[in-house]
Design a protein around this ligand. Structure first.
Ligand code: SAH
Ligand code: SF4
Ligand code: F3S
Length: 437
């Protein structure tokens, strides 16, 4: 038996959707009268919102749990949340005695009851994926940052052979348009100027008759919303209507995160990706026809089982064709229960290391070239944080580049800048005019 917690700390790992879920859990605990603490070790309740995507991410969850033991031997109440919680369920309690409750990504609206049960000495586990949406049970949004995430679609039916997401997040569901619009309005009122629509396959969002493009056009009409982004998209769900919207909706940023994973059709087939290298490249070409300055980013996996040097070179060649502005790249990590984990010809770790290095070197050439091409040009940035130097602020361009600039503008303001130098991961700039509103 412990007292009900008065303070909480939520720590999120993994993708943007986990960040979003972490914010919603914090809002939920806040609505129960608990206050947030910045320091996890001082909180009465710590929620670890975990990621299961690769082995390292999943292992980290347990080492983080262990680190919550305080010097005097005491510990906070610990909730294991997120995708490791979903994947491991009851097993998580056996792996660590310190875990007081286990709550999956579709059940976290029940956190208050679970916390009460845990405080009275039980160790509740809830990994249900109820038909009633958790969103209906959550309190209204209360965030104030200039850039906000908004989950519109969850789950995945694609079953790529390497991936745990269909198991940890469940089947594809789309939230109703009216709920999404209401949430976007609430975010705009509380200060968001940029909204990033999230989904494991966000471009599969549908209300039965219309798709993500329609939703984007509706959100663009909300007063205060100046920028709209969406991620992550799947090539197979990339509709012509969505591509067209890039050329027609000024609020929709010229940016498309479209993972390809690999450039070899043989590997794409073994991955169950349901697209080819050529069909992928043709989507990129269409997007560039709709919006010439669109920046493309992607995800890559090296060392999928059976990947030969020739297959790997096909990935390098797609990188040269697409000229990515940015990318995430990973070594293949076998995940329990996925088909790829038991495929023959697993690639040795040294080969994966070497390929990842070559891949990242190639990606860096293109991202630096992309940044250099913007030097000397005028652009508008949304200030989202302070820089390290006095008077320095950092803001994002429409292409998600971070620009360092000296300005008296505050976080949340948009300013016009001219970029002066390109670094591998950011740009330097100067104000183009006097402070714009
Ligand atoms: N729904 C998105 C991304 C989901 S996971 C999509 O389909 O693209 C984010 C990225 O993690 C994936 O794009 C993939 O590049 C990587 N990833 C997923 N499973 C992985 C695994 N088992 N090993 C290494 N990387 C993986
Ligand atoms: Fe995973 Fe593939 Fe679904 Fe993306 S599309 S979440 S990689 S199964
Ligand atoms: Fe990780 Fe789950 Fe996101 S596995 S990447 S937190 S959907």
């Amino acid at each position: 038996m412990t007292d009900l917690p008065k303070t909480y700390h939520v720590k999120s790992f993994g993708c943007q959707m986990n960040v979003y879920d972490g914010e919603r859990m914090a809002e939920l605990l806040g609505a129960q009268g608990m206050t947030a603490t910045a320091d996890a070790s001082a909180a009465d309740l710590v929620v670890l919102n975990t990621c299961h995507i690769r082995e390292k991410a999943a292992d980290r969850a347990y080492s983080d749990v262990g680190r919550l033991r305080r010097d005097d031997g005491s510990k906070p109440l610990i909730a294991l949340a997120g995708c490791v919680a979903q994947a491991e369920g009851e097993e998580a309690k056996r792996r660590s005695k310190m875990i007081d409750m286990v709550v999956g990504p579709q059940a976290y609206h029940r956190l208050p009851e679970m916390v009460a049960a845990a405080a009275s000495g039980q160790r509740p586990v809830d990994t249900d994926m109820p038909a009633i949406s958790k969103f209906d049970a959550l309190p209204a949004r209360r965030r104030t940052g200039p850039s906000a995430f908004l989950t519109v679609q969850e789950g995945c039916d694609k079953f790529c052979t390497y991936c745990v997401v269909p198991y940890t997040r469940g089947a594809e569901i789309s939230r109703p348009a009216s709920d999404i619009i209401a949430e976007a309005e609430a975010l705009a009122i509380s200060g968001a100027r940029e909204i990033t629509l999230l989904g494991q396959n966000v471009n599969a969002w549908s209300d039965g008759s219309s798709g993500l493009d329609t939703l984007i056009r509706r959100i663009a009409r909300i007063s205060g919303v100046e920028r709209i982004r969406y991620m992550t998209s799947h090539p197979t769900d990339m509709t012509e209507a969505l591509i067209t919207a890039h050329g027609e909706v000024p609020e929709l940023m010229p940016y498309l995160h479209l993972p390809v994973q690999a450039g070899s059709d043989r590997i794409l087939k073994a991955m169950n990706r349901s697209h080819t290298a050529a069909s992928y490249v043709s989507i990129i070409e269409q997007a560039r026809r709709a919006r010439a300055d669109i920046a493309i980013s992607g995800d890559f996996i090296v060392g999928f089982p059976g990947e030969t040097e020739e297959d790997f070179e096909a990935t390098l060649s797609i990188i040269d064709k697409v000229r990515y502005a940015a990318a995430y790249s990973f070594k293949y990590s076998p995940r329990p229960g996925t088909p790829a984990a038991s495929m023959p010809d697993q690639v040795p770790p040294q080969v994966m290391d070497e390929r990842l290095q070559r891949l990242q070197a190639r990606l860096a050439v293109h991202s630096l070239a992309f940044n250099q091409a913007t030097v000397g040009k005028a652009t508008r940035i949304l200030i989202d944080r302070k820089g390290r130097l006095p008077g320095q602020m950092i803001g994002k361009t429409p292409w998600l580049q971070s620009v360092f600039v000296e300005t008296s503008a505050a976080i949340g303001e948009m300013v016009d800048v001219v970029t002066t130098a390109a670094l591998p991961n950011s740009l330097a700039g100067v104000l183009a005019t006097a402070k714009a509103a």
